[in-house]
Design a protein around this ligand. Structure first.
Ligand SMILES: N[C@@H](CCC(=O)N[C@@H](CS)C(=O)NCC(=O)O)C(=O)O
Length: 328
């Protein structure tokens, strides 16, 4: 675990000292958009036109943010349009690595440049880059640079920019529902998606408890909401649901134990657990869920939290059990 400072790799854990024990996530720095015609998107520069074979995604199967992009690539039928490299689940002194390992079906150096480490992708794009080296990353093979490393934006450009190239184009951020989607995303991001990290990476009791209370208050609200409507923003499945899904599917296996989010499991919430199974069973989705990568990444990589690096064997999640929330 580390970060780049002016293009040089430094092996160091998150510094929560200067924020009084609170984990604060850094904003992603590459914010360009792939668009249908190459015009500029909502942020960054233009010049990134959607084309088959031009873009590459760097992901971790363990990472909930990267997982969003894999789900969108699968649901939209973009597998033949955007290639993917998967990092090894253990994120250690070199950060994310491209390492061949039969246990996790990962491959050796990434295919574009033969790099062993994700930080080399960042310095290829920007030799003096300073900041964290995170996944997902959407790479442009033509301009040899990072288009974007913010998952919330990558999923939007996968459905909007790549519309003409998708086998199953679908709008998960429909114009008429944007205010509902934005409102629920805001709540889910701070309290749930990032809330589990704020709980697990806190280094002071009060900061942990604050994150824990906000997390379970938000889960209680979502549980009640799902008792009244089919999906988070109404009766249509939207990006808000997929953004929550990647946290829910990791919750009982990792966040309850490793991040001490243990008031309840998702399995204890009737609506949330039913909804989790409903989303997991959408065709194409379960193939994107790799619980071996998920459990090994967190329990093995974060030795400040789990110094023995023992990875728990359970729990049985039963995600293939029936649900009664209907078709999506
Ligand atoms: N805002 C980013 C966050 C991505 C992120 O933090 N990814 C984690 C993996 S779950 C990572 O790569 N962390 C490495 C680090 O912080 O050094 C996004 O949503 O794309």
């Amino acid at each position: 675990m580390g970060l780049l400072v002016k293009g040089k790799w430094h092996d160091q854990w998150y510094d929560t000292e200067k924020t009084g024990g609170e984990f604060i996530r850094e904003d992603a720095q590459f914010r360009h958009w792939v668009t249908r015609d190459g015009s500029a998107g909502p942020s960054g520069e233009g010049g990134f036109k959607a084309e088959a074979g031009r873009y590459h995604l760097y992901v971790s199967y363990a990472c909930p943010w990267a997982h969003r992009t894999l789900i969108f690539r699968a649901l939209l039928g973009l597998e033949d349009v955007i290639s993917v490299s998967v990092v090894h689940p253990h994120m250690l002194e070199n950060g994310w690595e491209f390492r061949a390992d039969k246990t996790f079906s990962t491959e050796g150096p990434e295919p574009l440049y033969g790099f062993d480490c994700m930080h080399q992708v960042y310095t290829k794009a920007q030799p003096d880059y300073s900041g964290r080296v995170t996944v997902p990353v959407l790479w442009d093979k033509q301009r040899e640079t990072i288009v974007n490393n913010e998952s919330a934006e990558i999923i939007r450009m996968l459905s909007s920019g790549f519309w003409d190239l998708a086998k199953a184009p679908r709008d998960f951020y429909p114009e008429a529902m944007r205010s509902e989607i934005d409102a629920i995303n805001e709540k889910v991001y701070h309290n749930i998606n990032n809330g589990v990290y704020r709980s697990g990476f806190a280094t002071r009791q009060d900061k942990y408890e604050k994150a824990f209370q906000a997390l379970f208050a938000a889960l209680d609200d979502v549980e009640a909401l799902l008792g009244q409507q089919k999906f988070l923003a109404g009766d249509t499945l939207t990006e808000a649901d997929w953004r929550l899904f990647t946290t829910l599917v990791r919750f009982d296996a990792v966040y309850v134990g490793h991040f001490k989010c243990n008031r309840n499991r998702i399995a204890d919430f009737p609506n949330l657990s039913n909804y989790l199974r409903q989303l997991y069973q959408v065709p194409g989705v379960k193939e994107t869920v790799h619980l071996d990568h998920i459990k090994h990444h967190y329990y093995y990589s974060h030795d400040t939290i789990n110094p023995t690096r023992i990875v728990p064997v359970g729990p049985e999640l039963g995600l293939d059990a029936p649900h009664d929330r209907g078709e999506v």
